[in-house]
Design a binder for this molecule. Structure first.
Ligand code: ADP
Ligand code: ADP
Ligand code: SF4
Length: 598
């Protein structure tokens, strides 16, 4: 197989004034009089690697003290699929999904592999340059390159404004900063299809209809942005992670609303909640590659087969291994958990009642053991946070008690908004002095595996949603505590990162013999991480009741019965899949009372 060089330099990390440009002085090509790497004006006096002359020995990669350089070999046939490159020695995107009118095209892949870039190209916000980083890119060139290919007519219609695109962006907090007025005012302004009332009902937006956009919760903001996209009269609807911050019922409603209101349109969906992706997408493109280095779009698969291939880490149609390990869904009953044998109870609570400024919460008595992870399910606004605050003594119950009465809490809140001018390094060191010591377990298993070591010099305020999420999770794990709470740790993380986080949470909880509560609406994650499940039900903002903790099967059954949704297991991978309402399996499982098949 003939291969070509890909050299990527992260110019944010590269600081030639703080090193001795070892990358240049040690390069064997430069040393023997050739030119593979040199300082260049076009990158403001920093190094440029010439991929044609570079032999890929990797010496510069090792010599760079800031880990700014990556040099890899890629099969040369990739070059024919090159769509875009972000500057000299920048990230490369190979391929673009083929959209089909009247179908939902899903995109699944690691963060940093170019999904947003694709969405920008599909939306017409970015004109791809096909690797020519010097000249201006042009629509004519795009049409020339796509001539004879399936996406030609799409781009032709896009550029001649025959088709209009709306794009629901990923990071909802970002949009929230710019919105003015109430939800009703914002949506009335964009109601080009006269469907706002229908959307309001489909997405259950009544309760915050007259709220000012500045005070919306994460879930409310997400629904507003989805509603605003659906209200516009467009031919192409692009949704970047529509699940973040929505609870399970809201995810189901969102999926129904998208299906209902985008019939006969082009729809593109980036989503990391596999249950939602499986439910919504007709076709799936997997994006593989190395985050921030390159991304390659796979062939098209059906949603089910694509997700299974992704979990298995192998794409048969292209004979491509995309990961060393499979992502397994280990199905476990509490009685089988080794750790649970003979472990001590850590927290015991009696029946508790609390009226918090009109919100009434009843908690049925329960226990949590040392080293246990308890998954929490239930809608938003049902008292999950209030429960945790009662446990750690921040709120005093009106009736009932918690033993012991003093517990140290470490908390990762639901909504993550950057609010620090510190660098990632200073931020983490303020939390705990030794988390960044290279030899510590925490550094290897948490900081490095989450890729935070590459962001140490970045300013917290400039991080992407996923980067900020990982930082706040690491910071919460770095604190020594009796009780850890992770409120939606999955938002903005890709599937692999979700499992890395889940493993880190599990390891730290077991080692410190603490108790961890994980509030999560991505049910595949509960399946993976939780030992038992605590179920919240009631009427959001009015009253809530907590029951459990139960075994996963029992807890999920209680929870899903209330929602009227049934899940089956995928025969190949064991992952949970939603049954279509009123399908044979849905009816059969409901008859047997098996809402969560195990
Ligand atoms: P994803 O959506 O899969 O996380 P993106 O499309 O946002 O990936 O970005 C892929 C990579 O492209 C990023 O990791 C970054 O290295 C690079 N990149 C994105 N936007 C720019 C830009 N405007 N300029 C330079 N590089 C960029
Ligand atoms: P969840 O974590 O399940 O989203 P919360 O426990 O945060 O729910 O909130 C439950 C209800 O209690 C919500 O209606 C919320 O507005 C209300 N609430 C939460 N904290 C307070 C408080 N300090 N004062 C008054 N009401 C509160
Ligand atoms: Fe030079 Fe080797 Fe670096 Fe290429 S990889 S620029 S040949 S040191």
């Amino acid at each position: 197989m003939v291969s070509v060089r890909l050299a990527v330099i992260n110019y944010d990390f590269c600081k030639p004034d703080k090193c001795s440009t070892e990358c240049i002085s040690y390069c064997p090509i430069d040393r023997s009089g050739g030119k593979a790497i040199e300082l260049a004006e076009i990158v403001k006096g920093k190094p440029v690697i010439y991929e044609e002359t570079c032999i890929g020995c990797g010496i510069c990669v090792k010599k760079c003290p800031f880990e700014a350089i990556t040099v890899i070999n890629l099969p040369d046939q990739y070059e024919g699929e090159l769509i875009h490159r972000y500057g000299v020695n920048g990230f490369k995107l190979f391929g673009i999904p083929t959209l089909k009118e009247g179908f939902i095209t899903g995109i699944l892949g690691k963060n940093g592999t170019g999904k947003t870039t694709m969405l920008k190209i599909i939306s017409g916000e970015l004109i791809p340059n096909f690797g020519d980083t010097q000249g201006p890119s042009s629509q004519e060139e795009v049409l020339r390159r796509f001539k004879g290919k399936e996406m030609y007519s799409y781009f032709k219609d896009l550029y001649s404004k025959e088709i209009r695109v709306v794009h629901k962006i990923q990071y909802v907090e970002y949009a929230g900063r710019f919105l003015k007025g109430t939800v009703a005012e914002v949506l009335t302004k964009v109601d080009q299809r006269g469907k706002v009332d229908e959307i309001k009902t489909l997405l259950s937006m009544e309760r915050f209809w007259n709220k000012d956009c500045k005070v919306l919760s994460g879930g409310e903001l997400q629904k507003l942005l989805i509603a605003a996209a659906l209200a516009r009269d467009a031919d192409v609807y692009v949704f970047d992670e529509p699940s973040s911050y929505l609870d399970v019922r809201e995810r189901t409603n969102m999926a129904k609303a998208i299906r209902e209101l985008t019939k006969n349109k082009y729809v593109v969906l980036v989503e990391h909640d596999l249950v939602v992706l499986d439910f919504l997408a007709d076709f799936l493109n997997i994006v593989y590659g190395e985050g921030s280095i390159y991304g390659k779009v796979s062939k098209v698969y059906s949603a089910r087969v694509g997700i299974n291939n992704f979990l298995n880490g192998f794409l048969p149609a292209e004979n491509m291994k995309i990961r060393q390990d499979k992502i397994d869904f280990v199905i476990k009953e509490l009685s089988e958990l080794d750790f649970a044998k003979g472990v001590k109870e850590k927290i015991i609570w009696s029946d508790i009642y609390k009226d918090n400024s009109g919100f009434k919460l009843k908690i049925n008595s329960g226990k949590a053991r040392e080293g246990e992870i308890i998954g929490i399910v239930g809608p938003n606004g049902i008292g999950k946070t209030t429960f945790v605050k009662i446990l750690v003594g921040e709120y005093k119950p009106d009736v009932g008690e918690v033993i012991p009465d003093e517990l140290r809490l470490s908390y990762k809140p639901q909504v993550i908004s950057p609010n620090s001018d510190l660098t990632v390094k200073d931020y983490l060191e303020n939390v705990s002095k030794d988390v960044l010591s290279n030899s510590s377990w925490f550094y290897v298993e948490v900081i490095r595996r989450l890729g935070l070591h590459r962001l140490l010099e970045s300013v917290v305020n400039n991080l992407s949603g996923g980067e900020l999420q990982k930082l706040l999770i690491a910071a919460a794990l770095a604190r020594d505590a009796d009780v850890y709470v992770f409120d939606e740790p999955s938002s903005y993380l890709d599937v692999e990162e979700r499992y890395v986080v889940a493993k880190a949470i599990k390891k730290i909880t077991r080692e410190r013999k603490s108790v961890t509560f994980v509030v999560e609406h991505d049910l595949s994650i509960h399946d993976y991480i939780a030992d038992r499940i605590l179920v919240f039900s009631g009427t959001p903002s009015i009253e809530g009741e907590a029951k459990g903790p139960f075994s996963i099967k029992e807890g999920m059954n209680i929870f899903l019965k209330e929602l009227g949704i049934t899940f089956r297991r995928d025969a190949e991978t064991g992952r949970p899949r939603v049954n279509k309402l009123d399908s044979y399996l849905d009816r059969l499982q409901k008859e047997k009372g098996e809402y969560y098949s195990i």
